[in-house]
Design a protein around this ligand. Structure first.
Ligand SMILES: [Zn+2]
Length: 281
């Protein structure tokens, strides 16, 4: 059985419970396999899934009426087209189930029942045998959590693997509403302070993060920064990212993205720093 890979807390922001959050259950535990083969939807105790809605590739199931969430669902549905436009990642090959609980208590109880060995997460993406599921609950930042986790889900429906740092960097980028991604991400201010004092994490150092416990606040911030640079910086950087993802999708050995970027832009660290110094609306 392959190890369970957990996503760590995303340590930026005020709340320590602002977790990031992917779980790849390649082999799965026996208990979980039994559960998933015996029930179509996860269910526990007396709390039923009373509302079901489909938007794009996402099948939403909730323990409460979801009418108020329609704008968020429409936005998530548009995320698929946005990943196609910016990353050339094709539409999801199979639907992604999104399970929404009415309270943190319900969410915590469900996760404890389904994944007893997985540390609690405020929101969670789980992949097992290529099938993706997202778990979250109603709260103020639900939309951010859903955009983040659903980005993981859409990436993993098409790509057999995504390096940890890039997976999190992309999810951090797309977790913001579309109108705020380029200029208003909370990472901006701290990143600019980092760069002002000469602190810069290269992609090659982020590529050494193979365990989610190695991803702290700086790693999330610089993973996001490199994604921003590749999406909004020099065209060769964007091309390097697209070709890298394409090779992963087609089963070609992708190598390291840092090496591709070095070939495309020999002074990429310097250019990344300059990109953010000049980046203004
Ligand atoms: Zn994440």
């Amino acid at each position: 059985m392959k190890p369970i890979a957990l996503s760590p807390a995303s340590p930026r922001g005020k709340s320590e419970s602002r977790f990031s959050r992917r779980t790849l259950l390649a082999g799965g535990t026996a208990a979980m396999v039994a559960h998933w083969t015996s029930t179509a939807l996860p269910c526990y105790g007396a709390t039923p899934w009373i509302d079901h809605r489909n938007f794009g590739p996402f099948h939403f199931h909730a323990t409460f009426p979801m009418g108020d969430l329609t704008p968020i669902f429409q936005e998530l549905s548009a995320l698929e087209a946005e990943l196609q436009r910016t990353l050339a990642v094709p539409p999801a090959e199979q639907p992604v189930d999104v399970y929404l609980l009415g309270s943190e208590r319900e969410h915590r109880n469900l996760l404890k029942q389904l994944y007893p060995r997985v540390p609690y997460r405020r929101a969670l993406y789980v992949q097992r045998s290529g099938k993706g599921s997202v778990y979250a609950f109603q709260h103020h930042d639900l939309a951010v959590d859903l955009r983040h986790e659903c980005t993981h889900a859409l990436l993993h429906t098409n790509l057999p693997m995504v390096p940890l740092w890039l997976d999190e960097g992309l999810a951090e980028y797309f977790e913001m509403p579309a109108s705020e991604r380029a200029f208003n991400h909370p990472h901006f201010s701290k990143l600019r302070w980092n760069l002002r004092f000469g602190m810069l994490r290269g992609i090659d150092s982020l590529e050494k993060c193979h365990d989610l416990s190695e991803m702290g606040g700086a790693e999330y911030r610089f993973a996001w920064a490199w994604v921003h640079f590749m999406l909004h910086g020099p065209l060769p950087a964007h091309r390097a990212l697209l070709h890298y993802l394409s090779d992963i999708r087609h089963g070609n050995p992708p190598g390291q993205l840092s090496e591709r970027l070095d070939r495309a832009i020999p002074d990429s660290n310097k250019q990344m720093a300059q990109h953010f110094k000049r980046w203004r609306r």
